[in-house]
Design a protein around this ligand. Structure first.
Ligand code: CAA
Length: 259
């Protein structure tokens, strides 16, 4: 399976596939093409009877530092509406096989949202989780306000979304955001270990069990995601979004004006 921004090995281990985000210079920022590739790869792995568990990973420095700010910077709300990029995310969420995120380094914004879309998260001690969109003059748009709140509760979700503060891997573990923290050198090995355990189970039972657990989250979720999406688009009508993203690219502090 050949892609530009991800590396896919359907036979990484017996019954275990690996998908590696591969934009190291950009800290694996999630551009549209990468997410389309991710959608296609997961759909193909879902169809492959040899695969029983999928691991998504980045590199030591970053799982993913969020959606690609440079690609979004000049977008208008109507561009976003037409591109409908979150349709890709909805498809990824429908992956039937279990997906483990093996996280090291930055796991921010869309990166954190992608990890939360996975079923299990194994983190290296150095991992940092956050929703820093607010610092760009926008807000999370790929499920951050909805999934994070359901998992860590209102208090911490509000703090993360309104201040952009990063959580250490230990804090993320305590908050129930992730499954396990392990030394940096073995985070991928630990994910493989868990994938091997899962791959030993009945693929049918695993599929049904995953589907059933996820059903819990569906009550009211789509409504929340639709609401969040419209508000995310609305952010792009503000001067503050332009300023926030411009300042990021120019490597300076933004001056937000509130309009
Ligand atoms: N988009 C595009 N490029 C990014 C990026 C992103 N999200 N994150 C990092 N990069 C790029 C940087 O621009 C830089 O490129 P250049 O070398 O060409 O300048 C390169 O990756 C390395 O980054 P830094 O030099 O900034 O590395 P650092 O170690 O000093 O800082 C960081 C690391 C704290 C993660 C910092 O890069 C950062 O704050 N990144 C942005 C995080 C963020 O705001 N994410 C949310 C994006 S919006 C979103 O995700 C919306 C949504 O919900 C869908």
């Amino acid at each position: 399976m050949e892609f530009q921004f991800i590396l896919v090995d359907p036979a990484f281990h017996p019954h275990i596939a690996l998908v590696k985000l591969n934009r190291p210079k950009e800290l694996n920022a999630l551009n549209l093409q990468l997410m389309l590739e991710m959608k296609q790869a997961l759909a193909e792995l879902d169809e492959n009877d040899e695969v029983r568990c999928i691991i998504i990973t980045g590199n030591e420095q970053a799982f993913a530092a969020g959606a690609d700010i440079k690609q979004m910077e000049s977008r208008t709300p109507i561009d976003l509406l037409k591109i409908d990029q979150f349709e890709t995310w909805d498809q990824i969420r429908k992956t039937k096989k279990p997906v483990i995120a093996a996280v090291s380094g930055f796991c921010l914004g869309g990166g954190c949202e992608l990890a939360m879309t996975c079923d299990l998260i194994i983190a290296a001690e150095s991992a940092r989780f956050g929703q820093p969109e607010i610092k760009l003059g926008i807000m999370p748009g790929a499920g951050g306000t909805q999934r994070l709140t359901r998992v860590v509760g209102k208090a911490l979700a509000m703090e993360m979304v309104l201040t952009g503060r990063f959580l250490s891997a230990e804090e993320a573990l305590k908050a129930g955001l992730i499954n396990k923290v392990v030394p940096d050198e073995i985070y991928l090995d630990e994910a493989i270990k868990m994938a091997k355990e899962i791959a030993q189970m009945s693929p049918v039972a695993i599929r049904l069990a995953k589907e059933s657990v996820l059903k819990t989250f569906d009550t009211g979720l789509q409504e929340g995601l639709n609401f969040e999406r419209k508000n995310f688009y609305m952010c792009f009508a503000s001067e503050d979004q332009k300023e926030g993203m411009k300042a990021f690219v120019e490597k300076r502090k933004p001056e937000f004006k509130g309009y």
